[in-house]
Design a protein around this ligand. Structure first.
Ligand code: DGP
Ligand code: DGP
Length: 120
């Protein structure tokens, strides 16, 4: 795929965290289309401003992490959704884990995030 900033936002940006009830991941993975054609195994939503996430692509908010990746200088509040197993076809069931973590992303030549790699 040719990863785009818009796709990154769809998959990984949710600020402020949406109030969708107890099953945040189940609702959000469906709402963002990550349940098709199969349940995406792992996906992280970042509860930070677009400006602060974009800044990770610059020296003010991030630094080089090798392999074309950048790591944030400050932690973000994130929710990581993990597919619970069983069927990989919708309806998808996820576990939720909300935490404060440094995000590792890839940026395009315009300085916009296009890929979420991991968080630590
Ligand atoms: P852990 O939470 O430490 O069990 O790691 C889960 C793995 O999934 C880790 O390698 C990072 C990766 N991961 C987490 N969120 C995303 C995501 O949104 N996209 C991708 N491609 N990988 C992710
Ligand atoms: P992800 O953030 O991993 O859930 O996927 C978003 C997009 O990034 C998707 O189009 C696939 C693409 N992608 C997967 N791995 C990489 C990578 O290592 N670098 C870049 N630039 N894009 C990747």
């Amino acid at each position: 795929c040719a990863p785009s900033y818009e796709t990154f936002l769809t998959q990984h940006y949710d600020n402020p965290k949406s109030s969708v009830g107890k099953q945040y991941c189940d609702v959000m993975m469906k709402r963002r289309g990550l349940d098709k054609p199969a349940c995406k195994e792992v996906n992280t939503f970042i509860h930070g401003t677009k400006n602060n996430i974009i800044a990770v692509c610059t020296a003010s908010g991030g630094k080089d992490y090798g392999k074309g990746l950048r790591i944030s200088l400050r932690p973000f509040t994130v929710t990581t959704c993990k597919h619970k197993g069983g069927s990989t076809r919708p309806p998808c069931k996820y576990s939720d884990n909300k935490s404060s973590r440094y995000i590792v992303i890839a940026c395009n030549q315009d300085g916009k995030p296009v890929h979420f790699d991991e968080s630590l």
